[in-house]
Design a protein around this ligand. Sequence first.
Ligand code: ZN
Length: 86
Amino acid sequence: MPRSLTNRKLLACGACGWVHYAMTEQEKAELDGALIRYQLSEGERQIYEAEFRQCLKCESPTDLFRQATEADIDRAIGHIVTPVLL
Ligand SMILES: [Zn+2]
């Protein structure tokens, strides 16, 4: 596991098992800040926001996520663990 994921809350998609980590509000705010200079249109901004509230792989909403198990995490090693905002 990358060091940055130690002590993170890891969640697996209830539909496909893709592992995500729970992002903090502060991290989200920093990302938002970095994005200001791109001046996204309203449509682009909505897509950007939606990406943090669904599975990267199958687009299931985060409501369907469950706590990641050891097996999920084993499978996740080798792919990028993506952030979600709960
Ligand atoms: Zn999924």
